[in-house]
Ligand binder design. Structure first.
Ligand code: NAP
Length: 265
């Protein structure tokens, strides 16, 4: 199969690219930074010399850039079987009244407008092909949960769920499947603050994260298997289900995890 993943130069996006390649599929790598795309493509080609791996820089906020990413994928791979709307940003974690307006504008543009642009470009393309699956990345807030200092991110991920539900309804009885993807809590640059911002709050967060978080290497094989197997419009591939959360808290009483230590945090 041929896969496009937005925001795949690091974190969960890169992890998913690697897992698709391991299973014999071909991928297009992308993010805003052309140098990061080139480096990632070079590294992956060395790791998977038998696979077709293309790269195209794309800021999902720019509609024309998303069109160029679709065209690159069709040119390089022939058709697109799975498109993963993974690119995202969380923004500065301070109360909303202290947040610079440009910060929340960027979060909304990336997580909502960027996803809309991708769906707007990809749906007609897949319809013309006669098949295709689109996965939209959920996140904190998608299930309606609320927490302070993360209002714009939570708002956008709530919107992602609505958008996916609405588009799945529109795509009923078409060859295009609109699906949900949820990675749980994953140790990436998005989760771990830079060293100078890891104060007491971070040490407190680590206690819960040591119970609930996982590494990219743990989560991405599950996500990729789920995306490959999903065969109906509106399908959901979700790692951290409410049942799993309950089991994690129950076992944390007698089994201590240290997910950050081995990763050097
Ligand atoms: N980590 C978690 O615990 C977690 C939990 C739930 C959901 N998620 C979701 O999973 C997705 C990936 O998160 P992550 O933790 O892997 O984040 P990450 O490590 O920060 O990686 C984000 C990727 O997206 C790219 N990106 C950012 N803005 C972009 C834009 N406007 N256009 C195109 N690419 C862009 C980044 O590259 P450039 O900066 O070079 O563009 C990078 O490749 C996000 O949608 C996030 O909300 C993460």
């Amino acid at each position: 199969m041929n896969i496009v993943i937005t925001g795949s130069t690091k974190g969960i996006g890169l992890g998913m690219a690697r897992e698709f390649l391991k299973r014999g599929h071909d991928v297009v790598i992308s993010s805003r930074r052309a140098d990061a795309v080139d480096t990632t493509v070079t590294e992956l080609r060395a790791e998977f010399p038998d696979r077709r791996i293309a790269g195209q820089s794309c800021d999902v906020v720019e509609y024309a850039a998303v069109e160029a990413l679709w065209e690159c994928a069709v040119r390089e791979l022939g058709q697109v079987d799975i498109w993963v709307n993974n690119a995202g940003r969380d923004g500065t974690k301070v109360p909303f009244f202290a947040l610079p307006p440009e910060d929340y504008v960027q979060t909304v543009q990336t997580n909502v407008i960027g996803m809309m642009h991708c769906c707007r470009v990809v749906i007609p393309g897949m319809y013309k092909q006669g098949s295709g699956k689109i996965f939209n990345m959920e996140g904190f807030g998608s299930n309606g949960q609320v927490r302070p200092a993360i209002a714009p991110y939570g708002t956008t991920k709530y919107a992602v769920k609505y958008l996916t539900k609405a588009l799945a309804l529109e795509l009923k009885n078409t060859p295009v499947q609109m699906c949900y993807l949820s990675p749980g809590i994953v140790v990436t640059d998005m989760l771990v603050p830079p060293p100078d911002q890891r104060g007491e709050g971070w040490e407190r967060s680590k206690k819960i994260l040591n119970i609930l978080a996982d590494t990219v290497e743990t989560v991405t094989p599950f996500l990729v298997e789920g995306m490959l197997k999903a065969n109906k419009n509106g399908a959901a591939v979700r790692w951290l289900t409410p049942g799993k959360v309950r089991r994690r808290f129950a076992t944390s009483l007698f089994r201590k995890r240290d997910i950050f230590g081995p990763l050097g945090f």
